[in-house]
Design a protein around this ligand. Sequence first.
Ligand code: NAD
Length: 365
Amino acid sequence: MKTLKFAVLPGDGIGPEVMEVTLEILEKVLSDNAYAIDTTEAAVGGSAIDQFGVALPENTVRICEDSDAILFGSVGGPKWESLPPAEQPERASLLPIRKHFKLFANIRPGLLYRELLAASPLKNERIPEGIDMVCIRELTGGIYFGQKSRRVLDDGDIEALDTMIYKKSEIERIAEVAAQTALARNKQVCSVCKANVLTTSVLWREVVTEFFANNYPEIELSHMYVDNAAMQLARDPNQFDVLLTENMFGDILSDEMGVICGSLGMLCSASLGLETNSLGNPFGLFEPAGGTAPDIAGMGIANPCAQILSGAMMLRFSFGLSDIASKIENSVKETVQSGIRTGDIAFGLDAVNTRTMADAILSRL
Ligand code: NAD
């Protein structure tokens, strides 16, 4: 029996609630397929601040380093909001983890089932079949990581500066992630940049064009300026299949994509690292797109689907178990389609709690 080794960082708020049922589902589906799991739980976020005085204890980093992937819940909440910004749970744990493990590729599926159209703020006639796309965002380069400065000028005015930098190699490696994603879907990539204004975008466009022409001629590549992409997402999201973009544009567009896809309780994500794990697959961190939902934390009513689907992404990317990942994804879809829903996606149906939702998913596996 093969053993899958991953770190479990439940975090705060609804994090531990949805993590608990996710682990049960992973354990069941993996043991049915002759795999065992070896997990080590570690403190992160506000609960780590309470226990150890820091949001990301060294021991947590060590546990992650000794694992083949990280399954992350979510961190933060009102209890820690009065801390200085640099010590707040999200900033002091998630960002350092991304940096430490060089998680350069953020993969966010934008999936809205037809049965959940009511969750989308878009007019339903624009998306009669729901939404199915993926946003691939570069996560460790660009303006968020370039040199920054601020100074008072001689005339007393104040000037602040952020620098947007991209290297050819950084663009190529994220293009490769987009290509692999597109090959598993409809072989279409739309690269989003601002090449009419930004030098980094001119390089981005050149490199992406050459990369796909040389390596993946079978993939249909198109380009779009970011301002147009923001409009097109709201107008007709299904024109996109795989959307590839740099860090800041991806930050904004992936949130726009998230909101048109409805409930945060359904949206998962993966952040893949530069390095491979002990199995030769990408090391990654897998987490729901939403936060700790303080308004419903502790009530046992959170939607576990985003966390469960993040677990499925982990199996696909870090453990190469696409078949099992698809089984979990189908089971979530069938459960939601059958009308078993938590409150955030109930829309007039009787809402079930986290446990009942998870049991229904489990029973369909
Ligand atoms: P949030 O995503 O926690 O909640 C927004 C709304 O969505 C709430 O009404 C919540 O109940 C609902 N929601 C989110 N996930 C849900 C689920 N699984 N099931 C049912 N409903 C769900 O966003 P927020 O309120 O802006 O942030 C709360 C805290 O979470 C803050 O401290 C914030 O910093 C933190 N946060 C953490 C992460 C992360 O860990 N990656 C991401 C976003 C926000």
